[in-house]
Design a protein around this ligand. Structure first.
Ligand SMILES: [Zn+2]
Length: 105
């Protein structure tokens, strides 16, 4: 499980920071902020590829504002991660010292 998604271009393992969406009817490509969850029919790009992105002649690129830093994992992601660690530890019988900050919900 990975909280931060990778750039979707072949061979690139940088963290994704932006989403590319094509609007074929308007001959427009939109580069915008990364949603919390992967959306269908979009390509997620790292900062480098988002900046280098070019469209064919006759197309327009619309660049919306987005953060150049990958988004921090959400509380939901952290909860899922903590739960899977606790479950794995239970399965392989590793003793985890009780930490009152970690709750097993
Ligand atoms: Zn990339």
């Amino acid at each position: 499980m990975k909280a931060v998604r990778d750039c979707e271009l072949t061979g690139c393992t940088n963290p994704a920071v932006a989403t590319l969406t094509y609007n074929y009817r308007e001959s427009t490509a939109v580069i915008g902020p990364l949603p919390a969850h992967k959306q269908p029919y979009t390509t997620e790009l790292c900062q480098q590829h988002a900046l280098k992105f070019n469209v064919p002649q006759g197309w327009t690129v619309i660049r919306l504002e987005y953060s150049s830093e990958p988004p921090a994992p959400s509380q939901e992601d952290l909860d899922t991660l903590a739960k899977s660690i606790l479950e794995t530890a239970r399965r392989v019988r590793i003793e985890i010292p009780h930490d009152p900050r970690i709750t097993d919900r």
